[in-house]
Design a protein around this ligand. Structure first.
Ligand SMILES: Cc1cc2nc3c(=O)[nH]c(=O)nc-3n(C[C@H](O)[C@H](O)[C@H](O)COP(=O)(O)OP(=O)(O)OC[C@H]3O[C@@H](n4cnc5c(N)ncnc54)[C@H](O)[C@@H]3O)c2cc1C
Length: 409
């Protein structure tokens, strides 16, 4: 509990930000480059400043290094922080997904160690869920962890792991029992990434980004302290993780800090600036397109708030986080399509307009429809677990995993 009102907190944050963080429009701000290690070092350093200044982890409990304050305090800080360089890259997945999952499902020791270290800027955590065999059927993971001499020995491969190259730990879902149905034989591990047997390679995307990684685990030896939750109950942990992921993809997490994904300047296109730059303020067609995209953004913001509060108060189930996730993808698509239409041929031709970045962004248009689980899977979740429609047929339900046919017609 705090005796400080939201307005008082906001005023204190305003003064602290002005004195301690670079304004985005100043020469002191560093351009955000999510796939460069220098940007990650910078993010850790900024996070440390936030921590030392008493503004880190606003909604994380005090006993784990946070401030233990309500969502309205976080929103007040976010609004003040919009004009400043903040450690945005640490929001997702490190805080909003990984730390949030550890907070809900981890041991006391894991919470005290890892959440506190992340809030100090000392640790970055990522998600190791998807595998080369597929990501939507997450319970079908093939990475294995076998019990040997009281330890866990992990073997297998993960892929599409965002920012694993810059991280210290990964939440890794592995199969520990092959003789039970797929959801029952899983265990979640918090795996150190700089560890013998872990190989991390970077993957280059069509838009040039190298933020994705693939990891290979060869006899990676971890103890019981690496297990998050209970052995064999990894699906419970993964479900909680997916819940946090869906919310954070739609900017609906209380564990982020500063601008959300929707406002992050390197992800979201500033459509109004684009209209001015292309000298189309007077075009009715352009105004209509941009207005439509901006309206989507506003509606998404309202929807996120509504779903966040409804889930918090129990009038919607946690699976409703998928509504935010689905809406976010739609906003992203409309914005990217609008930006391309406004920029016209300059988005793909290196001419005087200098708008090639719009074309490059367009190459990553599908990101929001795939990352954090696909849009199709979000619709499935909303249909089955929010609207209570009948569940889709699955051939492997109730079948021991070692009897499930894989990759066969
Ligand atoms: C930006 C981004 C960041 C990511 N970050 C991470 C990360 O940090 N860690 C991580 O582990 N993974 C990450 N991923 C991977 C992501 O989770 C997977 O790409 C996603 O879950 C889909 O898996 P897949 O690509 O293997 O497609 P598949 O699962 O092979 O699916 C292929 C297609 O089939 C559809 N489909 C599959 N099953 C169904 C069904 N039951 N009903 C309807 N349609 C279905 C899918 O919607 C999709 O269109 C990231 C992906 C992106 C784009």
């Amino acid at each position: 509990m705090t005796s400080e009102s939201v307005e008082e907190f906001r005023a204190r944050a305003r003064a602290w930000l002005a004195a301690n963080l670079p304004r985005l429009d100043s020469a002191d701000a560093m351009p955000l480059q999510r796939d460069a290690l220098t940007s990650w070092q910078r993010a850790r350093e900024l996070q440390k400043r936030l921590y030392d200044g008493g503004f880190a982890g606003i909604c994380f409990p005090r006993e784990y290094g946070g401030l233990g304050l309500g969502y309205e305090y976080k929103k007040a800080f976010d609004a003040e922080a919009l004009a400043y360089e903040t450690p945005l890259m640490l929001n997702v997945p490190s805080f909003a997904i990984c730390c949030a999952t550890i907070l809900d499902m981890g041991s006391e020791e894991q919470k005290r160690t890892h959440i506190a270290a992340a809030l100090r800027g000392d640790e970055v955590l990522v998600q190791l869920l998807s595998e080369p065999s597929g990501g939507s059927d997450l319970a079908g993971v093939l990475t294995r962890a076998d019990r040997r001499d009281g330890r866990w020995i992990i073997n297998g491969a993960k892929t599409w792991s965002t920012w694993a190259f810059a991280a210290d730990y990964g939440l890794c879902l592995a199969r520990t029992d092959w003789g039970v149905p797929k959801h029952e034989g899983l265990t979640m591990f918090l795996v150190p990434l700089r560890h013998p047997g872990v190989t991390i390679n970077r993957i280059k995307q069509v838009n040039g980004s190298v933020e994705f990684c693939e990891e290979f685990f060869d006899d990676v030896d971890v103890g019981d302290d690496a297990v998050v939750g209970v052995p064999g109950k990894g699906w419970d942990v993964a479900s909680r993780q997916l819940y946090h992921e869906r919310r954070s993809m739609g900017d609906g997490s209380e564990y982020t800090s500063g601008p959300g994904i929707a406002e992050a300047e390197d992800i979201s296109v500033d459509l109004l600036a684009l209209v001015e730059k292309t000298d189309q303020v007077g075009s009715g067609r352009v105004r209509e397109m941009v207005g439509r995209a901006l309206a989507h953004r506003v509606v998404h913001g309202q929807l996120s708030e509504h779903v966040f509060h409804a889930v918090t108060h129990g009038s919607l189930p946690p699976a409703a986080g998928s509504i935010i996730r689905l809406s976010m993808a739609e906003v992203h698509d409309v914005e990217n399509d609008t930006a391309l239409a406004v920029a016209g041929p300059s988005a793909v031709i290196d001419d005087a307009a200098g708008l090639l970045d719009i074309g490059t962004r367009y190459l990553g248009r599908q990101i929001a429809s795939i990352g954090g689980g696909t849009t199709e899977m979000a619709r499935n979740v909303i249909g089955e677990r929010v609207l209570n429609f009948p569940r889709e047929y699955t051939a492997d339900r109730g079948v021991p995993f070692n009897q499930v046919r894989h990759g066969k017609a």
